[in-house]
Ligand binder design. Structure first.
Ligand code: MG
Length: 452
């Protein structure tokens, strides 16, 4: 049987933002129930601490530099109208599943390229509904150079500068309609939330009830969306036939907005744990045992071969895929251990750290070389550098980094990877929208100026 698959990905939700991961201030009853009924991964990583590389990696099962997604003409993430995007020759998990008869849809943030050639509808999704990049990339002040924030249906802009406060409600409605329309065939639904990226525009009802300001309200909105989806699965009789995955594209900014990566160190945009270690929950009644906790090293890139196997699809053999099949963990098979000898933390196209087992070695932070070793089992917060006490482990991890450099490259070391593929590129790129001074934008200039 091919299960339905629903992948919920949040934007900038931190490790400590859910009740099941220790939050005492955000209200997440539906997601806490999901954790209790399914499996919680404690050592799960996104492949990048920022948006576009994280999403491209998750959808292709490859490290960002492997697919030309380490940086984008020098920028961290993709911006409106850039001529770069996910190469049409890459085979996303959506494309694999679609080829096996799945109905496929993405609702929400894409952020893998806004030129026509790179849109979700060209990457295996039958349909798309959403804001194709970050919600802070529209017009937020008079002198903004950004074009109006577009809302797309498939490849057509259906609204410019939509009211962000109502966008999640519209997203959820799309999800429910898709589930109903495809209840009799396997489907893959990718819900990529706008929340909790800045600026925060949660619905007023959640703001009133929040004990953590607008941030807590945005988290509550995410929880509400999950509750609707679970209710819908039950009423359609699909609960036992559906795997639901919940995660986040990178860690929280965790500054003064109310987000938390606790107990991890640092934030989004860094290769400390707080940048890339994120919540991951999976629920599939009757298949995934309830209340399990998995502390093995697992990666978002693992979704690719795992979901392919569940959908009866073959992983491409003409290219390197970095993810590993993690079904043994999901189904709590006796003696299952991580297939990853190590995980490499890239910032742009430079290696900054490696984790192997419980050890994590940092070799760089931005322009600065460092050497710090942490035992993540004893010291999850990366507070106590013990590199002096373990020269052998440092040496071994450095050897692993050297091998990775050869494979994927390392800008800081001046090394080009032997096994990398280029991003997609188009001539004469254009933005999806253009500012029209005569257009009656309902939200002409957003009242919030914050950017994430
Ligand atoms: Mg993000």
């Amino acid at each position: 049987m091919q299960p339905n698959i629903i992948l919920i990905n949040c934007d900038d939700l931190g490790y400590g933002d859910l009740g099941s991961y220790g939050s005492k201030i955000n209200k997440t009853p539906a997601l806490d129930k999901m954790a209790a009924e399914g499996i919680k991964f404690t050592d799960f990583y996104m492949a990048s601490p920022v948006c576009s590389p994280s999403r491209g990696a998750m959808l292709t099962g490859c490290y960002p530099p492997r697919i030309g997604f380490g940086s984008f003409d020098g920028r961290w993430v993709l911006f409106p109208g850039q001529g770069v995007g996910l190469n049409p020759s890459e085979i996303t998990i959506a494309k694999l599943l679609k080829n096996k008869g799945y109905a496929t849809k993405i609702v929400g943030k894409w952020h893998c390229g806004d030129q026509r050639e790179f849109l979700p509808t060209r990457h295996g999704f039958d349909s798309y509904y959403g804001i194709p990049y970050s919600n802070d990339m529209g017009i937020q002040k008079e002198d903004d150079k950004n074009p109006p924030l577009p809302l797309l249906r498939d490849e057509e802009v259906i609204q410019a500068q939509p009211d962000q406060r109502g966008i999640t409600e519209r997203y959820v409605e799309e999800c429910v309609r898709f589930m109903r329309d495809n209840k009799d065939q396997p489907f893959f639904l990718y819900l990529a939330h706008m929340h909790v990226h800045l600026p925060h525009y949660p619905p007023e009802a959640f703001v009133r009830e929040s004990e953590n300001g607008v941030y807590g309200a945005a988290v509550a909105c995410i929880d509400w969306a999950a509750a609707v989806i679970f209710d819908e699965l039950k009423s359609l009789g699909l609960d036992d036939d559906t795997l639901v995955i919940f995660t986040s594209d990178n860690g929280s900014r965790a500054r003064d907005e109310g987000g938390s990566n606790s107990p991890l160190r640092a934030t989004k945009g860094t290769t400390w744990e707080g940048g890339q270690r994120v919540p991951c929950l999976m629920r599939w009644p009757g298949k995934i045992p309830a209340g399990k906790v998995c502390s093995e090293l697992t990666l978002s890139m693992d979704f690719y071969p795992t979901l392919a196997a569940l959908g009866g699809a073959e992983v491409p053999t003409d290219r390197i895929i970095d993810g590993k099949d993690i079904r043994p963990f999901m189904f709590a098979e006796e003696g299952a251990t991580s297939q990853h000898e190590s995980f490499f933390y890239y910032k742009r196209n430079s290696i900054e750290a490696v984790r192997s087992g419980k050890w994590k070695l940092h070799i760089r932070k931005d322009d600065q070389e460092i050497q710090e070793l942490y035992d993540l089992e004893a010291d999850i917060g990366e507070t106590n550098d013990i590199s002096d006490q373990h020269p052998d482990i440092v040496r071994d991890l450095k050897d692993q980094i050297d091998a990775c450099r050869k494979d994927l490259g390392d800008d800081a070391a001046g090394i080009t990877g032997e096994n990398i593929r280029p991003a997609g590129r188009v001539e004469n790129p254009d933005t999806l929208t253009h500012l029209d001074r005569d257009h009656p934008y309902m939200i002409a200039i957003y009242d919030l100026k914050e950017r994430g």
